[in-house]
Design a protein around this ligand. Structure first.
Ligand code: NAP
Length: 202
């Protein structure tokens, strides 16, 4: 079991922090209101970024590179800009991503992007869907991805359903998927859905 910091106390931060504690980790949450991002990050052996994507770089700067160095930095955030209303646009896309921006800002941290493609309730209870679906994971450091996959398994995800799409540049795709995800949420009239990959021969 690990000491894990969860930065951000919105829906995702609370859901992830609660589940991590349920499965036996020691969890410290960081929030901008109390200025505790750095305190939490210093405590964590693993740090989870569950802050609003448009504010994540600022939040992680407050957490401090020195408190992230050498650690797995599990990034769940999406770079969504709601300032012009719905649907949101991406603050970064195409040839860059929030995952990469975070990795560049904190080169000594091992950024792993995972869980950003599904709604909070499903993150910690994939069985809600009644069948197996897929998750994407990416990041430059294999051991950091393995650490996140191990935790995801305790949440109920099957390792065979977690698709490693490569280094952190793959976040360009998993973040941009949100543009479709938001449309799907509208037409399906629920955020509680996910995608399943089917290959010929499966
Ligand atoms: N909601 C979902 O189901 C879902 C699914 C997939 C991915 N995500 C991503 O996960 C992240 C968290 O989502 P969320 O739904 O929990 O909440 P959110 O409304 O996107 O905000 C999350 C938290 O970010 C922190 N934050 C720091 N600086 C901020 C600023 N300047 N403005 C606004 N918030 C700021 C706040 O926590 P403190 O006040 O504690 O600092 C806030 O509660 C987002 O990046 C989102 O795109 C969400």
């Amino acid at each position: 079991m690990s000491r894990i910091a969860v930065l951000g106390t919105g829906n995702v931060g609370q859901t992830i922090a609660g589940k991590l504690a349920d499965v036996g980790h020691e969890v410290k949450t960081g929030t901008r209101s109390d200025g505790t991002y750095a305190e939490a990050a210093a405590f964590g052996e693993i740090v989870v970024n569950a802050t609003a994507g448009a504010a994540s770089l600022e939040a992680l700067e407050a957490a401090g590179s020195e408190n992230l160095a050498g650690k797995t930095l599990w990034d769940i955030a999406n770079p969504l800009d709601f300032s012009q209303g719905m649907p949101p646009t991406l603050t970064v896309s195409n040839d860059d991503s929030l995952g990469e921006q975070i990795q560049r800002a904190h080169p000594d941290a091992n950024v792993v992007k995972a869980l950003n493609t599904i709604t909070a309730a499903l993150m910690v209870e994939p069985a809600l869907l009644g069948e197996e679906t897929n998750l994407f994971i990416c990041g430059n450091e294999k051991s950091a991805k393995a650490e996140v996959i191990q935790i995801l398994e305790t949440f109920g995800w099957l390792s065979g359903d977690i698709v490693d799409v490569g280094d952190i540049t793959a976040a360009r795709g998993t973040e941009a998927y949100l543009l479709l995800w938001i449309r799907l949420m509208g037409v399906l009239d629920t955020p509680t859905f996910n995608i399943k990959i089917v290959r010929a021969g499966d």
